[in-house]
Unconditional design. Sequence first.
Length: 625
Amino acid sequence: MDVIDVVIIVAYIILTLFVGIWVSKKASQGLKSYFLGGNNIKWYYLGLSNGSGMFDVSGTAWMVGILFLYGVKSFMFMWLWPIWNQIFVMMFLAVWIRRSNIMTGSEWILTRFGDDRAGRASHSIVAVFAIVAAVGFIAYFFEGVGKFLTIILPWDMALHIGEMVLLTSEQSYAMIIIFLTTIYTVKGGMFSVVATEVLQYIIMVIAGVLVAGYAFFAFSDVEINSVISAEWKNVFFGWELGTHWDQEFQAFNDLIDSEGYKMFGALIGMTLFKGFFASIAGPTPSYDLQRILSTRTVKDAAYMSGFTNLVLFIPRYLLITGIVVIALVVLTPEMIVNPGLTGAELEVLLPKVINFHVPVGIKGLLLAGLLAAFMSTFSAFVNAGPAYLVNDIYKKYFRPEASHKHYIKVSHIASFLVVILGVIMGFFADSINSLTLWITSALFGGYVAANFLKWIWWRFNGWGYFWGMLSGLVIASLQFVLDNNKGNFTEGSMLYDLSHVHAIYLFPIIFGVSMLGSFLGTYFSPATDKEVLKSFYKNVKPWGWWNPIYKELKAEDPTFEKNNEFWLDMMNCAIGIVWQSSMIVLPIYFMIRDYPKAIIALVVFGITSTILKFTWLDRVRKIPN
C-alpha cells in the first residue's frame, strides 16, 4: 500500500473515534438517552444512519460476486433478505411501530399481549431472538471483515505459539477493527452510533463516486461489452437461468450450474413468498427497529424510513458496479483458466480489485469507505442487541429500580458480552455465504410466522407468540448445525439430504413449524385481556381480523373508524418495490454503458416517485405530530 492510502485510513479511524467519543457525553442521561438518543435526533440523520448501517462490507463483497457472475438480475438475490421489507416499513409499519412510544421491540410486545405470564413469555422470547440475531450478525461481520482486510493489507497478523496457530491473520484483523468500533459504540450509545454513521455515510458515498468515476473513464464500452453477454444485461428471467456467458467463459456458466440457483424462477417464487410474510412481520428487533423508535414523532418515523430507501441504493450500487466493471475487464482472463472455480473466489473479488487495480488515493478512500461500511453496521448491532439484554431482561426481572448510572454501566458490560459471543461464533463459521443464508433463510424464517400474526389477528395471544417464536428458533438453530456439519453425515442418509438442501428452500418448513407452534399455543391458552387488545388496536390501528375488538371500541366511541387501507398499502408496497428496484438497476446500466436501459430505469424511477408523492407522502403529511 502507498503511504497516502495508509494516511487516509489512519485519519479516518482517528476521526471516527474522535467523533464517537466526543458526542458520547450526551448518552449518560439514562437508558432512553443511551439506546434511543432521547428521541431528540432529527429524522434525516437517523435515515442516513440507517442507510449507512445497511451498507455493510460483507454484504457488499457478496453482492459484487453475484453481480459479476449473474449480471443485472442478480439484484433479486437481495430479496433473500428481503430488502423490500424497508418498503413495507416505509408505507405503514413505521407509523404502527412508532405509535407505541417504547424503547425496544420486546417492550413493544407487551403493548400487544399485556404484562401477564403470557405477555412476559412473548416479551422474553423476542429479547432472546434479538440477542441471538445480534450475535449472529456480529459473527457475519467478523468473518467478512477478516477476509477483506487480509487480502488488502500487507502485514501478516497471525499469532503463533510454537507450531500452533492461535489466531489467523483474518481473525487478528477482525478483532482489531471490532475492538476499535466497540470502544465508541459502548461509550456513546445511539448518539455516537448516529454521529459516526452519518460521517461514515459521507465517506462511503465519496468512495463510491470515485470508484465509479475511475471505472467509467478508465475502461471503454468495447472492453466491457467484449466480456458480458446480452443475457448478462437482461433483467428479465424464465423458470431456468439462460446461458449468461459466452463459450470462451464457460467456467462461469459451470459455476452458475453448481451454485444451486439454476432454477431461478423457483428461487424468486420462494423469495416472494417469504418476502411478503417477512415484510408484513415487520423489522426484526435490531438496529432499523431502534431507528424507528428513536424518531421524534410518528410522522418522522415514516419520513426516516422513506429517506433510508432513497439514500442507500444508488450510491451503494455505483460502488458495487464500479468494482464489478474493473473485475470484468481485468480479472476475467485470469479467472477463466481456473477449471475448479468456486463461489468462494467470488467473495474475494472486491479486495482483489482494490488491492491491484485501483489507483493510489482512491484506494485509500475506498478502503476507508469499506471500513466505514463495516464499522457502521457493526456499531448499529452492538447498540441494538444489548438494549434487549439490559432493558428487557436485567431491568425488568432483576433490578427494576436501579439508578441511570447503574443501567449505563450494565449496558457497557452487556455490549462487550454480545460482541464476545459474536466473535466466538465467528470462529466457527465456514464462510460469509453460510452465515448469510442462515441469517436470511433460517433465523429470520423462525421470526416470520408469529410476527405476521401479531398484527392481523386479534385472537393471537402471548403463548401463541412464544411457542411460534421458540419453535422457529429451534428449527433455525438445527438448520445451522446441519449446514456446518454436512461433511460428517453418511451420503444417502436423511441428515445428509437435509444438510444439502439450499437454505431458502427450507423456509416453508421453518415457517410451517413456527405457524403450527403459533396456532397450538394460541388455541390451548386463553385470549389476551380485552382491555389490552382495545388499547393496542385503538393506538396502532392495524388492518386485519380485528372485528370483535373494533365492535367494542365502536360501541364506546361511535366516531372510531377501523383501518380500511390494506389495498392502498399493498398497492404502495408494489409500487415501492419497483421504485426501489429502479434505484438499483439504474447505476448498473449506467456503469455498463447500456444507456437505453438506464434511461428506462430513470423514467421508471421518476414515474414511481411521482405516484408515491400522491399515494404515500401526502398521506404522511396529514399524520398529526
